[in-house]
Design a protein around this ligand. Structure first.
Ligand code: ZN
Length: 350
């Protein structure tokens, strides 16, 4: 039973959580530029990240677009949007630098952690639980492994909703310590990157999750093959960035921070590349929730441009008039399948 697609999500309090993107445009842009330097230092990409078909100017293809010094090409086979340069191990070692995590945490850190979890991750967890319930899988039957668990927000959200058998794995030791301190139990385990494929392949779980992770994995083929090989895994739940309206807004505003394409995002999914990926590992779309931050990105870029023009008065007028329309405008983009993110559950084919 395939479940109809779900669209839209209220921005609500998320705007407060993401305020760094508004207040620190120049810093964020600089960081993204350093990440672009790291990618530009790599070899040209010769094959598509998803289907491995030949790609790029060297095989006579025209770029789809360019932004922040990077060209993007659409794969003629699967439709995936690939940056001109390869996201290999060297690139990863240059851009994924461990953040500083405090060694002493206060009660307010715990409060902020829970607010972020409840605002951003509980809806993602509820979508998974509700979708699988419709397939006859109750909470007590779920055994979940979260790969690339970061600070553990998603695992923490699932546990707070009553899923007992859920664990996360994460490469960064400071993040694992942070996650385990912010929760009553040790919810994450630190693992080394070369071990992840075998951990997934042998995990005694029926669901594996990758929230904002697949786009960062350099050995994506190996990880997907491990999922395919572990027949206990019946569902994969992931969110990934899509080629979308945000890409266009970013390309048109080169003095605004590019949250979406560029930085650590070196390739973008499309409906057809997702279908190709699912098919190649023996899975199919089971449930999908589309909500993007395209209009939030556009709103932010206009605010940043007005700040750069030293026009705070118009920025206030714009904010007052635009924000009440934001959710509705985004939902139109979502329903037209043009949104910046997708949350998708794949199910193993019988
Ligand atoms: Zn392809």
């Amino acid at each position: 039973m395939k479940i109809p697609r779900k669209y839209g999500k209220s921005v609500g309090d998320i705007i407060k959580i993401k305020s760094d993107f508004f207040e620190k445009n120049d810093e964020m842009l600089k960081l993204s530029s350093h990440q672009a330097d790291a990618l530009l230092a790599q070899p040209k990409r010769t094959v598509c990240k998803i289907c491995h078909g030949p790609i790029g100017a060297d095989v006579g293809q025209k770029e789809l677009y360019h932004s922040q010094r990077m060209s993007y090409y659409v794969c003629p086979v699967c439709g995936h949007v690939n940056s001109e340069y390869e996201d290999n191990e060297d690139f990863a070692s240059r851009v994924y630098i461990a953040d500083d995590y405090l060694s002493n945490y206060s009660e307010s850190d715990r409060k902020n952690y829970e607010t972020r979890r409840d605002t951003i991750y509980i809806p993602k967890a509820e979508f998974l639980i509700e979708s699988l319930e419709r397939d006859g899988l109750k909470k007590n039957k779920l055994r979940i492994l979260d790969d690339g668990a970061g600070s553990g927000y998603f695992v923490s959200a699932l546990r707070s909703l009553g899923i007992e058998q859920v664990d996360g794995i994460e490469i960064s030791e400071p993040q694992v310590q942070f996650a385990n301190t912010m929760n009553d139990d040790d919810i994450l385990t630190q693992v080394d990157a070369p071990d992840i494929a075998s951990i997934i392949e042998t995990a005694d779980v029926n669901v594996v999750t990758f929230i904002g992770v697949l786009e960062h994995i350099t050995n994506l083929d190996e990880i997907l093959s491990a999922v395919a090989a572990n027949k206990k895994i019946r569902y994969i739940y992931f969110s990934v960035p899509m080629f979308s309206m945000s890409c266009v807004f970013e390309a048109a505003h080169q003095n605004c921070y590019n949250r979406h394409a560029g930085g650590t995002h070196t390739h973008l999914f499309t409906e057809t590349s997702l279908a190709y990926m699912a098919q190649s590992i023996g899975f199919e779309e089971y449930a999908t929730w589309k909500f993007g931050s395209d209009m939030m990105d556009l709103y932010r870029m206009i605010c940043v441009c007005l700040d750069q023009n030293d026009d705070p008065g118009l920025r206030d007028v714009f904010s007052r008039k635009f924000l009440p329309m934001l959710d509705e405008m985004q939902e139109i983009i979502d329903r037209h399948e043009e949104s910046s993110e997708i949350h998708m559950i794949l199910k193993r084919k019988p």
